[in-house]
Design a protein around this ligand. Structure first.
Ligand code: ZN
Ligand code: ZN
Ligand code: ZN
Length: 146
């Protein structure tokens, strides 16, 4: 099994929940989705391989994973929420205002800001989502030629 999926399943167990075959299949499908998927698409992917797993089980497992801080829902424009993986503690997006392209980036220099805010509010941060909004390279070029 994928190391990332294994880590998430360990987290489920550490929090006192059972590692069921269904949860294993759902977490694997989630990791294979590269961490961006709607609940319905996830249910479809899981049920393609394991048709006996009900849609409700998939939704409930997503809820559990939200509670454990493994995923969180985000809304991009209209449509259903996407569930994104937060298992590394952070998730970072560049979002274009014009073409709505979402780009991922890994390197994060928000640590100092987070430390300061955490201290100020006596808040324990478990994960963060950083979204930077603006124009992508292509759209920026178009608007500078107009
Ligand atoms: Zn763009
Ligand atoms: Zn993302
Ligand atoms: Zn970060």
């Amino acid at each position: 099994m994928d190391r990332k999926a294994e880590k998430i399943l360990n987290r489920i167990v550490q929090n006192g929940y059972r590692r069921t075959n269904a949860r294993q299949a759902i977490v694997t499908a989630l990791v294979n989705s590269a961490g961006h998927i709607t609940a319905d698409d996830l249910a479809d992917n899981v049920r393609e391989k394991e048709p006996h797993i009900g849609r409700m089980t998939v939704y409930r497992t997503l809820e559990l994973l939200c509670e454990l801080g493994v995923v969180r829902p985000i809304f991009q424009g209209t449509g259903a929420a996407h569930y994104i993986l937060m298992d590394n503690g952070g998730h970072h997006h560049l979002i274009c205002n014009r073409c709505h392209n979402v780009m991922e980036f890994e390197e994060c220099s928000a640590a100092m800001v987070m430390e300061k805010v955490a201290k100020q509010f006596n808040f324990h941060i478990s994960s963060h989502l950083l979204e930077l909004h603006g124009l992508c390279e292509e759209c920026n070029e178009i608007s500078s030629h107009q």
